[in-house]
Structures are given as C-alpha cells and as structure tokens.
Design a protein around this ligand. Sequence first.
Ligand code: 4NP
Length: 159
Amino acid sequence: MKKILFVCLGNICRSPVAEASFRKKVEERGLLDKVLIDSAGISAAHSGEFVDHRMVEHAKARGLDLSELRSRKFSEEDMLHFDYIVAMDKSNMKSIRSLDTNDDLENKLSIITQYCSRHSEVEVPDPYIGEGEGFDKVLNILEDATEGFLNSIESELKE
Ligand code: 4NP
C-alpha cells in the first residue's frame, strides 16, 4: 500500500483536482486497493471548506467529482505518513521543506509538473484569483501530470 499526498496552498483548487484525477486513473487501472490518496494545503485559511465552486463546476464537466472533498492543512506528520508528497508549485515545495525539521522528507517530495508529457509549465498556476480561464488550464495540466505520475509509480504499486 503506497500513500500519496497532493499539496497546494489552499487545498480548495489544485490539489483536490490532482487527488480526484489521480484516483480516477488508478481506478481505471484496477489499482485502487494498492494506494491511499489524499490532498492537503499549506495554508489553513480554507480548512474544513468544500472545494471552490468554480473548480467543482469545471471538473464536473470532465467527469471529475470534487463535491465531497474538504480542505485540510498539511502537517509535519504527513511527511512521515506518506510515501509520496507531490506539490503543485515551487512555493509549496519551499513551504514543505521548511517544515521538515526532522529530515523526514527523504526523497518523497516532487513537483507534479515534472510528470507532464504534453505540457511545459514548470508549475501549476494558482487559479484562485482570475475570471475562470485558469481552472481549465489547471485541469489540462493535471490530467497530463497525474497520468505521467501514475505511469512512473505503477510498477511499485504492483510489487
Ligand atoms: P489552491 O488555490 O492552492 O489551488 O487551493 C488557492 C486557494 C486559496 C488561496 C490561494 C490559492 N487563498 O489565498 O485563499
């Protein structure tokens, strides 16, 4: 059983999409019993809240259901508990590293864009401020990235 945590700033836009998109692909490959999948935010500003309604709508149009997910804050214990911690941008990575006072991170941390095969963005842009075009961009990048991430760890899941 591998434990995978997706992390963004608020846990109300990007990391919930990563969580749901990754879960759907894992399910399609019949590997759901091999993984624990979760997401969290660096900030507690939206803790306990549902996903941003704009993100929920954009995701729904692509068959991803985010309606049940709620924001929670990333914690230092997450660094011990999870096998993979996958950040959405460089700022998230910096924040996670700064919390790693006990050197628990080892090689667990990566940035999700490194798994893209069809997108060259280095970070998943924060869609929170804007008029809406950012939400589809987040979905486009993350559908590519979660596919690549699953390809990269699939053999480990089958061990
Ligand atoms: P997320 O988007 O990190 O993708 O969930 C954001 C949500 C809220 C805020 C920033 C980013 N905020 O500043 O409240």
